[in-house]
Design a protein around this ligand. Structure first.
Ligand SMILES: Nc1ncnc2c1ncn2[C@@H]1O[C@H](COP(=O)(O)OP(=O)(O)OP(=O)(O)O)[C@@H](O)[C@H]1O
Length: 484
């Protein structure tokens, strides 16, 4: 079994879907027989469920997505297969379809097939854009061979408030009319969004969905009837992004125990992606969704719009943000870059600092930024004084920062190294009471919020009253001395 095969066996799922993804164009991992594919999804996988740290989600919806992808691939290459028919008639599998299911969309008023371009080339951000229209289905390079369906959104969903917005689109909360389940719809406005970019993001999102710390994406690519947007459907995160969770702590950070929980989840997802030769390229607190802000027990990574294969070449189109590694900060727009896991590792280091301290270590990883320059000077031993903001961290945590926030990409740790370090080691020098029993500010009643701020205020008040008392005593003594 090859290395990737082992990863998939850890997930207790085989990886036939890879045969149709960008990530595996060079590897033919299609199961030997169609029967194997069918057995696998009927629950006869050789690896026991739950094995390994990256246990596969039990959510049956993934079976459906992956199964459909595999079978669509087979079917569309070789006509309607016996196993496709078997799937449609197998009661267990049919029962396993979630209620929020794409087939319901077939009932939409208008459903029109759209061509899907090939999205297998990785020679640049624009490489896929101008590929000619092909037949209705993609040959290779896409998880799904499905077409984009035109639907009347209002027929199927009640669209509610906006959940978030980004550079590429916006996410809205919606209710699936038939099942009354809440879901999130990610919209990509047209004509700004190229069809190839939309298809690629959808494919990566579906492909990565089986991991328990990656957002679930439901099957189906859609386009609104008025041609205003492409969209796909994801599970809804009812709480907050990590950004909101950290911002709500008034720059205190979410505490060591919670940061460890968040990181165990995020690193597991990143290890999975990196083992599949994929780089997220847009890791940031906004793209980490917290499903339970009280105990941080369910955390998922989202937004695979910039995800690319390792070693792919892409044009740099970004604006610099807090999470960018120095090599990206030095890059000029349109410069060609080679995609590397180490940029994700840098971003993970920044996110870890942000979770612990409630603020970023620097605005930009450039020596023009004093805070970064000080860190780099210390790393290079040009200045023996550790920047003050790193003082609370333990030796092991400092090692983690040295090995992730290091300017040379080759010197950076892997996600796996980070996971091991964070799982075993203590992060802060002294355990603060707040770390153990930390309750995020936004989940407390208004009256109890900002306890730390209150205690700081009361300390200040004590200091002022002591000083005033002392001054009053001194002035009394001065007056009585003068009277004498
Ligand atoms: N499934 C979801 N449930 C709830 N909120 C979500 C969900 N998906 C995304 N969001 C919110 O919407 C915001 C934007 O989503 P997303 O990052 O996918 O958009 P984007 O246009 O790709 O953004 P970016 O500029 O980071 O590339 C997220 O930061 C998050 O707060």
């Amino acid at each position: 079994m090859d290395r990737l095969g082992r990863v998939w066996s850890k997930l207790s799922i085989r990886r036939p879907v890879l045969a149709t993804t960008e990530a595996a164009l060079d590897v033919d991992e299609t199961p030997d027989t169609k029967n194997e594919v069918f057995q696998m999804f009927a629950g006869t996988s050789s690896t026991p469920a739950g094995a390994g740290p990256q246990r596969r989600k039990s959510d049956v919806s993934h079976k459906r997505v992956v199964l459909d992808n595999v079978q669509n691939g087979n079917r569309r290459k070789s006509g309607e297969s016996a196993h496709h028919k078997a799937r449609l008639t197998d009661p267990d599998i049919i029962r396993s379809f979630p209620v929020v299911d794409v087939p319901s969309l077939e009932h939409a008023a208008t459903v029109t097939d759209m061509n899907v371009p090939e999205c297998s080339k990785e020679s640049g951000e624009d490489a896929v854009v101008n590929s000619p229209r092909r037949s209705s289905f993609v040959d290779r390079g896409s998880v799904t061979m499905d077409s984009i369906k035109k639907i009347n959104l209002e027929d199927v969903y009640t669209v509610n408030k906006q959940l978030g917005t980004g550079r590429f689109g916006y996410v809205k909360l919606a209710e699936h009319k038939q099942s009354m389940k809440k879901i999130a719809i990610k919209f990509f406005p047209r004509p700004q969004t190229k069809q190839a970019d939309f298809v690629r993001e959808y494919n990566y999102s579906v492909f990565l969905s089986p991991h328990q710390n990656i957002i679930d994406t439901f099957e189906g690519m859609f386009q609104s009837v008025n041609d205003s947007a492409f969209f796909f459907v994801q599970e809804f995160c009812p709480r907050a992004s990590l950004r909101e969770a950290v911002e709500a702590t008034n720059q205190n950070g979410i505490g060591e125990a919670n940061a460890k929980k968040v990181f165990a989840a995020v690193l597991s997802a990143m290890e999975f992606m990196h083992d599949e030769n994929l780089v997220h390229r847009n890791l940031k607190a906004e793209n980490i969704l917290i499903f339970d802000t009280h105990d941080f027990s369910k955390v998922k990574v989202t937004d695979f719009g910039l995800t690319r294969k390792v070693d792919a070449t892409v044009k740099y189109l970004e604006y610099v943000n807090n999470y960018h590694a120095p090599e990206l900060c030095e890059t000029v727009v349109n410069e060609v870059l080679t995609v590397n896991r180490s940029t994700d590792v840098w971003a993970l280091g920044i996110i870890f600092f942000y979770c612990m301290k409630g603020r970023f270590p620097w605005q930009k990883a450039s020596i023009m930024c004093k805070a970064y320059w000080e860190w780099e000077q210390w790393l290079k031993r040009k200045n023996p004084t550790l920047p003050k903001k790193f003082l609370p961290f333990s030796e092991k945590a400092l090692k983690l920062f040295k090995k992730t926030l290091t300017p040379r990409p080759k010197d950076r740790w892997t996600a796996k190294d980070m996971r091991k370090c964070i799982a075993k080691e203590k992060i802060l020098k002294n355990i603060k009471k707040n770390d153990i029993y930390y309750v995020p500010e936004f989940s407390k009643p208004q009256s109890e919020r900002n306890v730390e701020g209150n205690s700081k205020r009361s300390t200040l008040q004590q200091w002022i009253s002591t000083t005033l008392t002392a001054m009053a005593e001194i002035s009394e003594q001065v007056v009585s001395a003068r009277d004498d």
